[in-house]
Design a protein around this ligand. Structure first.
Ligand SMILES: C[S@@+](CC[C@H](N)C(=O)[O-])C[C@H]1O[C@@H](n2cnc3c(N)ncnc32)[C@H](O)[C@@H]1O
Length: 333
């Protein structure tokens, strides 16, 4: 069987990614949201060279991201509408994040990572992603927007999959904008919650979508989870451990264990490697962790080993009907 065409499209897939990321950066889907535009109108609205934009649009039309009429009017499509800023779970921040030259260049350095085990981003730029995002406010904001958009896709399912009755306080550690916390508080009227994150990432207040009831039970604390976390009956750690080496994960988990109320739980929400139906997504995310923050995705057994090293019990796995699972662990006896 001749597999060359498939292999070629895999080899050149970065060009597709670059074209879509450029459309996201320019905000083309936002501009087409109010109706079809000529190329000249679109170029003027997004601040692009008309001829070059036409070349980009030819590719994006061929991919089905946009459509063009015989009269030369460009329009959105259901696929391209996923890049609109106002789309639920918009992929625009993800595409814009990849477009950041520092991130793009780090992926070009994957071979170095595989040869050496080094984190590509740090080897190339001399700083870790958190230091870079703290120094580059726009890149930091796009990263946080992306995490929020991705969390929007799973927050309700994660909040609904776990029984929070019997708990009074919950802290969303490394919680970003706190979208998961919002979903948990919305479903559990008895809970009070705190979103905890670095000073540059912590939100000013509850998300704009939060109800008055959620807002009244919401607080924010800025800090470093290697030093402390706010006391709570339950810690949510969603997509936090995958950013870090085993040693650093054990430090984060120990910090949580120290402040955990008696009988409390640590709820780790992660992709898990080798889970049937999610193999490629989790394996690709694992490479992303290698290239960018220097962490890794793990199997449930590998996560259990970290819990035990931090003085916690092996986890009970709770399915969420999404790509992530909840690993519920408690203080070991
Ligand atoms: C991959 S994001 C996950 C965000 C959120 N939990 C979600 O799933 O949408 C990791 C989070 O950890 C935070 N973080 C990184 N280092 C931290 C530290 N030392 N202390 C507290 N938060 C930290 C980042 O700012 C970021 O919000």
């Amino acid at each position: 069987m001749d597999v060359t065409p498939d292999l070629r499209s895999l080899v050149t897939a970065f060009r597709t990614s670059a074209a879509i990321s450029t459309a996201a950066e320019l905000g083309i889907s936002d501009e087409l949201a109010s109706g079809p535009l000529t190329l000249a109108q679109l170029a003027s609205r997004v601040g692009a060279d008309e001829d070059t934009l036409g070349r980009l649009m030819r590719v994006l039309v061929a991919l089905g991201v946009y459509a063009v009429s015989t009269e030369g009017l460009y329009a959105g499509t259901p696929l391209g509408d996923g890049l609109r800023t106002d789309a639920a779970g918009s992929l625009r921040p993800l595409a814009r994040m990849l477009q950041d030259p520092a991130t793009w260049a780090a992926w070009g350095h994957l071979t170095h990572s595989v040869r050496t085990g080094d984190t590509a981003f740090e080897a190339l730029h001399g700083v870790d992603v958190w230091t870079y995002r703290a120094a580059h406010a726009e890149a930091g904001a796009i990263f946080n927007d992306n995490m929020t958009a991705l969390t929007t896709r799973v927050a309700a399912a994660v909040a609904g999959a776990y029984d929070f009755s019997g708990l009074e306080t919950v802290a969303d550690v490394g919680g970003g904008h706190g979208l998961l916390l919002e979903a948990v508080l919305a479903r559990n009227e008895h809970l009070r919650g705190t979103v905890f994150d670095l000073p540059q990432a912590v939100p000013a207040g509850p998300p704009s979508t939060a109800s008055d009831s959620v807002a009244s039970r919401w607080s924010v604390v800025a800090g470093n989870f290697f030093e402390h976390v706010p006391a709570a009956d339950a810690y949510l750690l969603k997509k936090v451990l995958h950013d870090w080496s085993d040693e650093r994960c054990v430090e984060i988990l120990r910090t949580c264990r120290r402040s955990l109320a008696p009988g409390g739980v640590v709820l780790v929400v992660e992709l898990v490697l080798d889970r049937p139906g999610h193999e490629l997504d989790s394996a690709m995310s694992d490479l992303n962790m290698l290239v960018l923050p220097g962490g890794r995705e793990r199997t449930a057994a590998e996560l259990d080993a970290l819990f035990v090293a931090a003085g916690l019990e092996p986890a009970r796995l709770v399915d969420t009907d999404t790509d992530v699972v909840i690993l519920e662990t408690r203080a070991g006896r």
